[in-house]
Design a protein around this ligand. Structure first.
Ligand code: DX5
Ligand code: ZN
Length: 229
């Protein structure tokens, strides 16, 4: 059976940008399963974040899984650079270009796990012919670009993906507006990886990391309760 235990992936988009190393160490010490890195290009989404050298610097502090979410177009010219930077999982948007099939082949070819992300307006069926070439499907529950936005209900899409995936070893990741209140909805529909930025980092800091742990435990508890139906 594929591993469908709940995994919490804090997004460092909500971390202190002057202190990424210690922020990553803090969230891992406080129970993060993965570290989610949001790469934005100011073109595919209206915000700019991390190039490959920044991601390589984060890698030195990550001991779990570095989950890199590319919100960039085009993707293909940068795949090798993010592989060199140490991404374990590299996710590209299905909307980022006409040749997502080639992109996913190239990601696996570079030795990484391949993820495909769907914007809120994109139907589950958009990836029906890609299921044998992905390790993760990321369902956006906000329009990508910024942390701290309100959750958009995509449970119908998650349910459809869960049915399409069947027994394949593919994670369903939810990204955007995840809190202890929204996590149960998507987990009950079949999601197993929960990205959370503002809901993990709120109230804490590297000097006071306890709230990060409280926040991660609160999301996990709400999510696991939903798996018990
Ligand atoms: C949105 C990013 C998310 C974001 C989530 O474009 O892909 O990963 O950081 O932030 P919250 O959890 O605050 O909605
Ligand atoms: Zn993300």
């Amino acid at each position: 059976m594929p591993d469908r235990s709940i995994k919490i992936a804090p997004s460092i988009l909500s971390a202190d940008f002057a202190d990424f190393g210690r922020e990553i160490q803090a969230i891992e010490a406080q129970g993060a399963d993965w570290v989610h890195v949001d790469v934005m290009d100011g073109h595919f989404v209206p915000n700019l974040t991390f190039g490959p050298p920044a991601v390589a610097a984060f890698r030195r502090h990550v001991t779990t899984v570095m989950d890199v979410h590319l919100m960039i177009a085009p993707v293909d010219p940068y795949i090798d650079a993010y592989a060199q930077a140490g991404a374990d999982i590299l996710t590209a948007h299905v909307e980022a270009g006409p040749h997502i099939h080639r992109t996913l082949q190239a990601i696996r070819g570079a030795g990484m796990k391949a993820g495909v992300a769907l914007n809120p307006a994109t139907p589950a069926e958009a990836i029906a012919h890609l299921l044998d070439m992905v390790d993760l499907v990321c369902v956006m529950t906000v329009n990508p670009g910024f942390g701290g936005q309100s959750f958009i209900d995509m449970t119908t899409k998650v349910r459809a993906l869960r049915a399409m995936i069947g027994d394949r070893p593919i994670h369903i990741e939810i990204d955007g507006g995840v809190t202890p209140a929204t996590a149960p909805l998507v987990v009950a529909a079949g999601a197993d990886v929960l990205v959370a930025g503002s809901a993990v980092f709120k109230g804490g800091s590297v000097a006071n990391p306890g709230p990060y742990g409280d926040n991660i435990r609160a999301i996990r508890a709400a999510a696991e309760a939903a798996t018990r139906g």
